[in-house]
Design a protein around this ligand. Structure first.
Ligand code: HEC
Ligand code: HEC
Ligand code: HEC
Ligand code: HEC
Ligand code: HEC
Ligand code: HEC
Ligand code: HEC
Ligand code: HEC
Ligand code: HEC
Length: 379
């Protein structure tokens, strides 16, 4: 086995320019001090790694019909890149240390005779429950570019929904709403269960905040929905091999109404929840499944026609979409916003907790004052 590994390394070495560098080399990050390389995590955004995706990800992976079985299986990327994707540039890292740190990106117990690996990050259903997938610090290097405007009618009409008669529909807006559910459902809904909370709260909870079920909407976590249409047989572009038509390096993310310490305290571990919560830059507490909210059409708060999923500013939910119910002319009319704004006026340390997790201790934004004025109130 040692012989074959060494042979493989020697063999593949010739494919790359031998760009060798030392493990002790330091990188200067944009934000200032030099950061020592760890070689324990693979960064797609490192300059030297900006290569054609297929350099490392060969479509489909040999195990695609083993990780999913029967009719659920489809050609997909479900395994780590092979040694030859790295060795040409990282000869030194592959031989330094017992075992070398770099092996641990893919292997659970690296050694010359042990090839066991962590589950690859796709499919997420398997990866998210693994030790590597559960590391709180783990997050994707990518964001998804998904043009809603080009899809809504198509998805409502065909594809992911089974009935061929779906395209016979005169109520386009409802058809659009229906199509949202193909990709976005209430995550961990309460449904008929009497338990409101995602994890059991302490007995002394009172009115204090504890995360409720059905707060977040899901987003697609893999290729199952996309590749029903974007498959090699259909020829619909982008093809499944055009990784970077859908995956783009993550842009800088705005501050979120989220605190990881609170999530830990509540025992919230599900990656799908943590990912969504980390991206909440409007209201960290808004609950989709809540009766009064669930019956509203999505476009009360989301205008998908103008959302660019790669630009966080465009998907922000404005406080004006809460106004009809939570903002009134006066405090006596019952608006939660009015109550909190007034409470802040009386006590500068007052924290707004109705809609917010951490934003509520910051200065009141102009948008909130404006919402009260628009509801007929005085600033
Ligand atoms: C130099 C090799 C290399 C190249 C080039 C590369 N990848 Fe990867 N990719 C990897 C490795 C290694 C992993 C596993 C990393 C891990 O699990 O921490 C990975 C994991 C991923 C993941 C899952 C982890 C995450 O950050 O979401 C996605 C998605 C992905 N690659 C997409 C792409 C796309 C899209 C491209 C082209 C734009 C690309 N990769 C180019 C080596 C590469
Ligand atoms: C074309 C050459 C090239 C290829 C191919 C390549 N790397 Fe790299 N890698 C580099 C260079 C150069 C750096 C350091 C400079 C930088 O950060 O841009 C680096 C940095 C790294 C780091 C250190 C990140 C840190 O800052 O801690 C890791 C880990 C790594 N590579 C893993 C891999 C793995 C795993 C593969 C194969 C899947 C791979 N690389 C393929 C050139 C390459
Ligand atoms: C980018 C992910 C990645 C890294 C980094 C990596 N491996 Fe692997 N390794 C694989 C994959 C994928 C296979 C399976 C290859 C196959 O089955 O064709 C494998 C196979 C192996 C095998 C089985 C024999 C063989 O060569 O196919 C051994 C042993 C092994 N790796 C050891 C190591 C050691 C030691 C290191 C660190 C020096 C290392 N690997 C680094 C992905 C990786
Ligand atoms: C075919 C699948 C699909 C359909 C149908 C769909 N979306 Fe999306 N939506 C996505 C994907 C993919 C993203 C990007 C998710 C990501 O970044 O991981 C997204 C992102 C979003 C976001 C931003 C999420 C965030 O991070 O804040 C909103 C809001 C949204 N969609 C609303 C809707 C509404 C409303 C509809 C129906 C009119 C709809 N979507 C229909 C796939 C879909
Ligand atoms: C009353 C307003 C409202 C309605 C109606 C609404 N949403 Fe949302 N939605 C929000 C808010 C607020 C957020 C959090 C935005 C943020 O903080 O970034 C959100 C976030 C999302 C997200 C990102 C994941 C998450 O939960 O943070 C998706 C996807 C989404 N909504 C889809 C939908 C779909 C699909 C519908 C219709 C079935 C819908 N929403 C109806 C207000 C609403
Ligand atoms: C019901 C079939 C269907 C599904 C499901 C579907 N798509 Fe598409 N997609 C299309 C069609 C048709 C086009 C071409 C639309 C056009 O060019 O007007 C397209 C175009 C695209 C484009 C290119 C848009 C452009 O500007 O050229 C991207 C990116 C894309 N889809 C991503 C996705 C992602 C990500 C998913 C899964 C979340 C997905 N699609 C699911 C049918 C589908
Ligand atoms: C038609 C659009 C599309 C194409 C093409 C595509 N992906 Fe994806 N991919 C997605 C979406 C949507 C997700 C779910 C995103 C999420 O969870 O953030 C996803 C998820 C993944 C994941 C799971 C980890 C994660 O980020 O959630 C990996 C790994 C991955 N893709 C790799 C690839 C590679 C490699 C290619 C090219 C061979 C590729 N994808 C091509 C749309 C696409
Ligand atoms: C009914 C729900 C609701 C209430 C009550 C509320 N907010 Fe907000 N807040 C939002 C929404 C929605 C946004 C997103 C964007 C906007 O300002 O329109 C937001 C945004 C914010 C931001 C981010 C501003 C930025 O531009 O980054 C801060 C800070 C904030 N609120 C503080 C407060 C304070 C302080 C109070 C109490 C006086 C309060 N909020 C009451 C819903 C609410
Ligand atoms: C159609 C009316 C309506 C709209 C629009 C609406 N809400 Fe609500 N919301 C309610 C009602 C009714 C309640 C229950 C009474 C209360 O708590 O004020 C409620 C409760 C809440 C709660 C407390 C939920 C709980 O589980 O205790 C939050 C947080 C909230 N809304 C946030 C928002 C945000 C943020 C928006 C705008 C993005 C919004 N709501 C838009 C009607 C609405």
């Amino acid at each position: 086995m040692i012989a074959s590994l060494v042979f493989l390394m020697t063999l593949t070495f010739v494919y790359f320019t031998p760009l060798v560098f030392s493990q002790g080399q330091r990188r200067r990050s944009a934000s200032g001090p030099a950061v020592p390389k760890k070689y324990s995590e693979f960064p797609h955004n490192a300059k030297a790694h900006q290569l054609v995706c297929a350099t490392c990800h060969k479509f489909p992976s040999p195990n695609w019909n083993k990780v999913r079985s029967g009719s659920a299986a489809f050609p997909d990327i479900t395994e780590y890149p092979q040694h030859e994707s790295c060795i040409g540039c990282h000869r030194q890292q592959f031989f330094r240390g017992t075992p070398p740190v770099v092996c641990s990106i893919c292997h659970t117990n690296p050694g010359p005779r042990d090839s066991s690996r962590h589950p690859f990050p796709n499919p997420r259903e398997i990866f998210d429950t693994s030790k590597k997938g559960k590391q709180p610090s783990y997050s994707s290097d990518f964001a998804i570019g998904f043009p809603h405007d080009k899809h809504i009618e198509i998805v409502a009409a065909s594809g992911a929904q089974l009935s061929p008669f779906r395209n016979v529909n005169f109520r386009t807006r409802l058809a659009g709403e229906e199509s949202c559910k193909v990709c976005h459902a209430n995550l961990f809904p309460q449904g008929e269960s009497p338990d409101e909370f995602i994890t059991p709260p302490p007995a002394s909870i009172g009115d204090a905040f504890w995360l409720k079920k059905g707060t977040f909407k899901s987003v697609p976590t893999g290729h199952t929905t996309c590749f029903t249409c974007h498959s090699q047989e259909s020829g619909m572009l982008p093809a499944p091999t055009d990784c970077n038509s859908c995956h783009k390096l993550k842009p800088e993310m705005p501050a979120a109404d989220f605190d990881s310490k609170i999530a830990v305290q509540m025992g919230v571990e599900q990656r799908v929840i943590l990912d969504a919560w980390r991206r909440r830059d409007s209201s960290g507490k808004f609950r989709h499944e809540f009766t009064a909210h669930n019956d509203l059409s999505c476009d009360t708060c989301h205008t998908v026609g103008t959302i660019n999923t790669l630009d966080p500013k465009t998907k922000r939910v404005s406080v004006t979409s809460c106004s009809i119910c939570h903002v009134t002319a006066t405090v006596d009319d019952g608006g939660a916003m009015n109550f909190e704004v007034q409470a802040r006026k009386t006590d500068t340390k007052f924290q707004c907790t109705k809609c917010h997790v951490v934003f509520g201790s910051r200065p009141i934004p102009q948008s909130h004052i404006q919402a009260i004025i628009e509801a007929g109130g005085k600033p």
